[in-house]
Design a protein. Structure first.
Length: 92
């Protein structure tokens, strides 16, 4: 499903114009993105949790040459689905 598909579903189900639906989707995604960029987690009841985690520097290996390299620290985004979402997916 793409962002355009989400806009189309909102247009069909809620009755907003396509422009209003697109603005609503953009606004929601902007809020989610800004919240995650600041390091806060997002918990959506019945759906799941989005959490930004910190990964430390670590040693890795170049598979072609075998040379050891340092992989830089970074932030990663994880998603953990709720039990409700897991049950919904597995029932279908």
């Amino acid at each position: 499903m793409t962002k355009a598909d989400i806009v189309e579903k909102i247009y069909e189900k809620v009755g907003f114009s396509k422009k209003e639906s697109a603005e609503l989707v953009e606004l929601v995604f902007d809020i989610i993105k800004d919240t995650l960029e600041s390091g806060d987690k997002i918990k959506i009841a019945g759906f799941g949790n989005f959490v930004v985690k910190e990964k430390a520097d670590r040693r890795g290996r170049n598979p072609q040459t075998g040379d050891e390299i340092i992989i830089a620290a970074r932030r990663i985004l994880t998603f953990k689905p709720s039990q409700v979402l897991k049950a919904s997916i597995n029932d279908k």
